[in-house]
Design a protein around this ligand. Structure first.
Ligand code: G16
Length: 543
């Protein structure tokens, strides 16, 4: 086997976004595109020689091709050990766990998360560090800088690895271990949650559906929910991971998980419904005729963590991304624990988790997780809810309504305008920023503006500062309108508008969310002048 040095020229579009580099498959298929980026990662981390790297992805189209290229590059550059999920499969949280458990130096996770897959759809790659979490900005910026100057990479001239054969093999001088992608993760879950109580729940006739959306969580959910917890066969729907996710859009929300949503909002609904996304880090929680917003889910888990074996000792603190509703803040306040507000992106939770400042984290974008790994974790959230249902003997709706009675309700919605011309979206943000000048103290939609700013975050652990993280319009009663441009899309720009209002009065906890927020929604359209500026009458997706 010879080591080849391949000459290439830099690409200027390899800056990692909110969660790694995400592009159309056709972009990744360009000669040298993936290899250049991987070389930029290796260079930015001072090389891969002597290191252990975990490798896996969500099984989408191009996953196996990419794994073969990365493995041969790592082997050519002195990597000591590669740990790869069988078939090239590892859910994002499982990859995070394997990195931690095996003491690896890092990992490359191949996924474009909830974005559709297939030859004409999306692919992605991100580097996770030794704590199992996404690389912080310092590293992603170094990768980007290197990608702009790179002019060659080294790769082993070898045959493909057999990714299906569990066990040890070698690639040049690099030891390669193909592992069962589910086993370690399932073990971890067994330690965190009361499997006996959940099993008793299912034995007693409790029913659920978990929609794996033909993406990576199918094998994980089948092994844990059906085989280990005893749920009826067929509980996991769309359980077979497919390279194009069955042509679907594996984003677990009310719009894209329509099959599950239809079932949960019908008379034949099971008691509990849940879904995860392409790479298994997102989750949606549903009861019969009842949707739990991700922000509420975080708050409920924080308030009830003591019901589970893994968090029986209580939680140290909670962190949420800035646009996530402030429901969890109220719980933290009551529990007397720390509460942190970070920019969007799971990478910002890593330091807080490592420093033991927080135990639970969550984001409005259907992400919830804890210090058990350094990624958000879809199936973990589902098991947490099952544990709560089993120990409280209440339905999803009863648990959430009880939570609102105790803490008040944060009505919350997100409006997404997708595929907007990037320059128009930028102009909206500039215009909004200008509007913020002198706004504090003024009355808008009957509320007094308490602050109007561009969110910036100083990491309390390493002091790093991240600016330009979203425009906030906050009111004295705690209501907020936030505007942000997504960092995960691959076509044009996605403008996100997040709207929130706190309602302490239990008599007013039954309103439809869009009606409860109607005046703020109107104000948000008006402030952004969205009808004129991007010529859209309504959002593409409302969650
Ligand atoms: C990623 C990040 C999340 C973020 C989400 C949405 O999730 O890991 O932290 O909240 O994107 O980001 P944006 O609003 O910039 O599109 P995932 O599930 O796509 O990896």
């Amino acid at each position: 086997m010879t080591i080849q040095t391949i000459h290439s020229t830099p690409f200027d579009d390899q800056r990692p976004g909110t969660s790694g580099l995400r592009k159309k498959v056709r972009v990744f298929e360009q000669p040298h595109y993936l290899a250049n980026f991987v070389q930029a990662v290796f260079d930015a981390i001072d090389g891969i020689a002597g290191k252990t790297l975990v490798l896996g992805g969500d099984g989408r189209f191009f996953n196996d091709t990419a794994i073969q290229i990365i493995a041969r590059m790592a082997a050519a550059q002195g990597c000591a050990r590669l740990i790869i999920g069988q078939g090239g499969i590892l859910s994002t949280p499982a990859a995070s766990h394997v990195i931690r458990k095996r003491g690896a130096d890092g990992g490359l996770i191949l996924s474009a998360s909830h974005n559709p897959a297939g030859p004409e759809e999306d692919f992605g790659i991100k580097y996770n560090i030794a704590n199992g979490g996404p690389a912080p900005e310092k590293i992603t910026e170094a990768i980007y800088a290197r990608s702009r100057t790179i002019n060659s990479y080294r790769i082993l001239d070898s045959v493909d690895l057999d990714l299906m054969q569990i066990g040890n093999t070698a690639l040049g001088g690099c030891a390669v271990e193909i592992i069962d992608p589910v086993a370690d993760y399932a073990d971890l879950m067994r330690h965190l949650f009361d499997f006996a109580a959940i099993r008793a729940l299912f034995d007693g006739g409790f029913t659920m559906r978990f929609d794996a959306m033909n993406a990576v969580t199918g094998p994980y959910a089948k092994a844990i929910i059906e085989d280990q917890l005893g749920a009826l066969p067929g509980t996991v729907m769309n359980a077979v991971p497919l390279p194009d996710f069955g042509g679907g859009h594996p984003d677990p929300n009310l719009v894209h998980a329509e099959e599950l949503v239809g079932l949960m909002f019908s008379s034949s609904s099971p008691s509990f419904g849940a879904a995860s996304d392409g790479d298994g880090d997102r989750n949606m929680i549903l009861g019969h005729n009842f949707f739990v917003t991700p922000s509420d889910s975080l708050a409920v888990l924080a308030a009830n963590a003591h019901h589970t074996p893994g968090y029986r000792q209580g939680i140290r603190g909670v962190a949420r991304s800035m646009p996530t509703s402030q429901a969890a803040d109220r719980v933290a306040d009551t529990l007397g624990v720390e509460c942190h507000e970070t920019p969007t992106g799971w990478k910002f939770f890593g330091n807080l988790l490592d420093a033991g400042k927080v135990t639970l984290c969550g984001e409005e974008s259907f992400g919830t997780g804890s210090d058990h790994v350094r990624e958000k974790d879809g199936l973990w959230a589902v098991l947490f809810w099952l544990n709560l249902i089993a120990s409280r003997r209440e339905s999803v709706e009863q648990i959430v309504r009880g939570h609102w009675r105790r803490f008040g309700r944060n009505y919350y919605t997100r409006h997404d305008y997708e595929g907007v011309d990037a320059s128009l979206a930028k102009a909206v943000m500039t215009q909004l920023k200008d509007r913020q000048n002198g706004l504090v103290g003024q009355t808008l939609a009957g509320g007094t503006v308490a602050y109007a700013d561009d969110f910036s975050y100083t990491d309390p652990v390493d002091g790093s500062v991240s600016t330009g993280q979203g425009l906030r319009f906050g009111f004295e009663d705690g209501s907020r309108i936030v505007y942000r441009l997504s960092g995960t899309g691959t076509v044009g720009a996605t403008l996100r508008v997040y709207i929130e209002r706190y309602e302490p009065d239990p008599e007013r906890h039954d309103l439809d969310t869009q009606s409860a927020l109607a005046d703020l929604i109107e104000l948000a359209d008006e402030l952004g002048d969205l009808r004129n500026a991007i010529a859209r009458d309504q959002p593409d997706v409302i969650t």
